[in-house]
Design a protein around this ligand. Structure first.
Ligand code: CU
Length: 412
């Protein structure tokens, strides 16, 4: 019931139906979307919230916040963008339109972009660029949305007491930095799985990532903002806990955006979901490869072809019951949020591929989507406990649509 065309099922034809039936082993914040082309970028996605019957439910209000980027019908169809990116030979396609409400100061310079010098060198004849510019070399969208709403027509969340905010980044290719005006946020879960609570002012989500945060709501009206990193724009909603007071402007910038930022290394699995530091088993290295100049992406230099899943790539063969380590290696200069189907791994190691001691995370968080920064290797562990044929891919819609995917394949 994984929904990957030609791998686990035939595509759902126009005018036909397909019923998915499955049990949900793990509660938490999930979402569903198609894996055909760039259909997701047309808005074909939905939150999937699995309630935890054992949880105390220690909150009074629940806000489901879906962050998205949008251009369909405003600038170009997603399929046109993909074509333009591929044909642009490294040029920056501009899809910005007059919808500029929500433009704010660009904070993308605060990203940790310590790309090793050797890797940062551009090809011969190409002008070098500052690190911040690399994040911008993506699609500029005319609009950024929360729950499908423009900043000029925002959703208003209401409630009192303690709020649980379920954040889902459903975007095509945008990293969002989220903050709620005048509130600190306690991170309790990521990708459905609990972590030891950690309090921050702001956190970032790559495409496909989910975070749950709780906060004790103050009295008033507050901006809930998702800054589109590197794009001078934001998604916007309103949290209202009192009748009095006018709504903040869509350009409102909570001070927390520049405050204490959550790092992946801050997150520790709770004891109940910690898998322990397992013994080394089957190891697979996935080089996140590609060519920005022709906008073609791949894993281990093999571009996944959805019409030929098993022959277009070299699947990583694993056997049921064995411990598996995957190393994601990013030698390029773009961020890749890497997602593994069918499993929730433990993040165990983050290393600079130029050398130096890796940061080991003995109690690293469980996740199913992890941001792999330029110049980094991220090591994740999981137990092969879910036999099947599973896609592993970058969750940037335009990266996976040009082939940045591979297979983890159970064999007997
Ligand atoms: Cu990518």
């Amino acid at each position: 019931m994984d929904g990957v065309p030609n791998l686990t099922q035939d595509p759902v034809r126009p005018g036909s139906t397909k019923t998915y039936e499955f049990t949900v082993p793990d509660p938490g914040t999930y979402w569903s979307h198609p894996h055909v082309g760039v259909q997701r970028a047309h808005g074909l996605h939905a939150p999937l919230i699995v309630e935890d019957r054992h949880e105390r439910g220690d909150y009074d209000a629940e806000f489901v916040v879906v962050l998205d980027d949008w251009l369909d019908g405003m600038a170009a169809a997603p399929e046109q963008v993909r074509g333009t990116l591929r044909a642009a030979k490294g040029m920056h396609p501009g899809y910005r339109t007059d919808v500029e409400e929500g433009r704010i100061e660009d904070r993308s310079g605060t990203w940790e972009y310590d790309v090793p010098e050797a890797l940062a060198e551009p090809p011969a004849g190409v002008e070098p660029e500052p690190p911040q510019a690399r994040l911008k070399r993506q699609v500029d969208y005319p609009a950024y949305l929360i729950n499908g709403r423009l900043p000029t027509d925002p959703q208003t969340f209401t409630g009192n007491g303690r709020a649980r905010i379920r954040l889902i980044n459903a975007s095509g290719s945008t990293v969002f930095r989220v903050a709620l005006g005048e509130h600190r946020l306690t991170v309790t879960h990521t990708d459905g799985f609990p972590v030891e609570p950690v309090e921050v002012d702001t956190l970032q989500l790559g495409s496909g990532e989910r975070y749950d945060v709780v906060t004790d709501l103050k009295s008033g009206v507050f901006p809930l903002v998702g800054v589109a990193e590197g794009k001078k724009a934001q998604a916007f909603a309103v949290v209202r806990t009192s009748k009095a007071g006018s709504a903040p402007q869509p350009t409102a910038q909570p001070g927390g955006l520049g405050g204490e930022l959550l790092w992946l290394t801050d997150l520790r699995a709770t004891a109940e979901v910690d898998t322990g530091s397992g013994t080394a088993g089957k190891t697979g290295t996935l080089y996140l490869t590609g060519d920005m100049m022709r906008f073609g992406w791949s894993i281990n230099a093999k571009a996944y072809d959805p019409d030929r899943p098993f022959t277009s790539v070299e699947p990583l063969d694993i056997r049921e019951g064995e411990p598996v380590r995957l190393d994601f290696v990013n030698q390029g200069n773009m961020y890749h949020p890497v997602h593994l189907h069918g499993h929730t791994f433990a993040v165990r190691e983050i290393a600079d591929i130029a050398g130096g001691a890796p940061t080991r995370l003995p109690r690293g968080t469980r996740k199913d989507t992890v941001m792999v920064a330029p110049g980094r290797r991220v090591g994740v562990d999981f137990t092969a406990d879910n036999p099947g044929q599973w896609l592993v891919h970058c969750h940037n819609a335009y990266h996976v649509a040009t082939g940045m995917a591979s297979l983890v394949s159970y064999v007997r």
